[in-house]
Design a binder for this molecule. Structure first.
Ligand code: PHB
Length: 369
């Protein structure tokens, strides 16, 4: 199945022109979104398969790696890669060198899933951790034995939080050793950091819960720790203020995110990566606040994500509503997505049956044009 692209040949746009991101001159404004593909080994080590996959997609202006666990506790899905062990660092070197050999740039996404896990995936069969003991409803965990219902997580002790921040710092250092060009802090999609930001999941009464200042505290601490390793200009952060993904939500997200952006500005981050609307779904959910307010408040580039098409991307650049545009699923089935968009070539549709936890099929065997 292929679908004709909406615009015959995209000439009157700067989408395909180089752009500066921190110290880098990206070849274009198209970003390969982080995509969970679950093909690492059981120890979270990526290998040649991942190197081939990412190198095939190196004509993206920037690749953001699939979400990568900062610790065994941060894992929530089978066969997701990690960045805590020596073996994982060595495995990732294959990917970074293969992408660089093709002239591409790749950031690693630092991930802790928090409550979105299951004892089957946790060290010693422990409960997953979260700011508070609030279970993700209408959600299943993807374990080695198939889908299982979510459990109620254990609320983190205050004394454990500095250890989690240290795990982010270790992940950041390891990502540098593995040859990545930068890192993205995943503070979106209902995972650990967004669980702290959101009043639906954060019921704490200590200095990490309650007021906006308290709910944003761990995110600011993580940003401080990670920028200590990388500087600000090679660090981005992913936010999804409006998503309902993994049963997340906030009664009033606008002031939370405006406060967070204000607190982030002194770190001079390279970019914010904003998921517009509900992840993979509605781009303009009812009652949503204007996400352009975040862009205006932030001193850095804005990367936009969520169901973008070429038409929407060209429009976003024409209106200057974003600096960089992410494409996710189209990159799965079109390794040469940038060239296809540029020339108006048809796009291949991906097969959802091979999104996760398979092998080379549906991963590195989508042809170029
Ligand atoms: C997933 O593995 O399903 C997943 C991971 C990271 C996201 C969203 C979904 O941000």
């Amino acid at each position: 199945m292929s679908q004709p692209s909406a615009v015959a040949v995209a000439t009157d746009t700067d989408l395909f022109d180089p752009v500066r991101l921190g110290p880098y001159e990206l070849a274009n404004r198209i970003v390969m979104a982080p995509l969970t593909r679950s093909r690492a080994d059981d120890a979270g080590v990526p290998g040649e398969l991942q190197a081939t996959y990412y190198a095939q997609r190196a004509s993206a202006g920037l690749i953001i790696s699939e979400a990568t666990n900062i610790s065994p506790q941060g894992k929530g899905y089978i066969r997701t890669p990690g960045i805590w062990s020596k073996e994982q660092v060595e495995g990732w070197k294959l990917t970074t060198s293969a992408v660089h050999a093709k002239g591409g740039r790749i950031f690693l996404q630092l991930w802790h899933v928090g409550r979105v896990s299951h004892p089957d995936l946790q060290p010693g069969g422990a409960l997953p951790v979260a700011p508070s003991a609030v279970r993700a409803e209408h959600q299943q965990a993807y374990t080695y034995e198939g889908f299982k219902p979510m459990v109620t997580p254990r609320a983190l002790e205050m004394a454990e939080i500095s250890g989690i921040v240290a795990d982010y710092a270790r992940g950041a250092k390891n990502a540098m050793e593995a040859g990545f060009d930068g890192v993205e802090i995943h503070a979106a999609n209902g995972y650990l950091l967004q669980q702290f930001l959101s009043d639906k999941t954060n019921k704490r009464t200590d200095r990490y819960g309650g007021s906006i200042e308290n709910r944003t505290r761990i995110v600011v601490e993580v940003v401080a720790a990670v920028t200590k390793v990388w500087g600000g200009d090679r660090v981005g952060i992913r936010l999804s203020p409006l998503t309902k993904f993994a049963d997340i939500g906030d009664s009033n997200p606008e002031p939370v995110y405006l406060s967070l952006i204000e607190q982030l500005n002194p770190f001079k981050l390279a970019y914010i990566h904003v998921i517009e609307g509900d992840t993979g779904g509605e781009r303009h959910p009812p009652g949503a606040f204007d996400l352009q307010k975040l862009r205006r408040a932030f001193n850095g580039l804005c990367m936009a994500n969520n169901n973008y098409t070429l038409e929407l991307a060209i429009e976003a650049r024409a209106q200057n509503s974003a600096d960089l545009i992410c494409f996710g699923r189209p990159f799965i089935s079109n390794p040469d997505l940038v060239e296809r968009l540029r020339s108006g070539a048809p796009l291949a549709s991906p097969d959802p049956n091979t999104f996760y936890a398979g092998d080379a099929h549906g991963y590195i065997d989508y042809p170029r044009l």
